[in-house]
Design a protein around this ligand. Structure first.
Ligand SMILES: [Mg+2]
Length: 121
């Protein structure tokens, strides 16, 4: 079973994402900000991270930079999840280490196709 860490400060988004991912047979964990997510990744790295951009404590971008600097042998794939649809945001996220991105609100088909692109579904 593949594991996914859902990182978002919105409990509603985490719940929606969890539901979709569980129907795709993922083992799901949640984190409410980048700091929690980093701790979770160091504790037990998931196969893939679904990552929000705007969060308190530590943003998605700061999480990406911090994850890149860890010495995890296998880094999780990261699907960056955003309402910011400007190419500049997307490019910055990819440069910081995101593997793919998905626009909110996402549905099952969209999320599944993005997970397939990163080799996770
Ligand atoms: Mg947010």
């Amino acid at each position: 079973m593949k594991s996914c860490l859902v990182v978002d400060d919105s409990k509603v988004i985490r719940k929606v994402a969890r539901h979709i991912l569980e129907t795709l047979a993922f083992d799901v964990r949640e984190a409410a900000d980048g700091r929690e997510a980093l701790t979770s990744c160091l504790d037990c790295p998931p196969d893939v991270v679904l990552l929000d951009w705007n969060m308190p404590v530590m943003s998605g971008m700061d999480f990406l930079r911090a994850l890149r600097e860890t010495d995890l042998a296998v880094k999780p794939k990261v699907v960056f999840c955003t309402t910011e649809n400007g190419m500049a945001y997307i490019r910055a996220a990819i440069e910081a280490g995101a593997d793919e991105y998905v626009m909110k609100p996402f549905d099952r088909e969209t999320l599944e196709s993005k997970l397939q692109i990163v080799g996770m579904a």
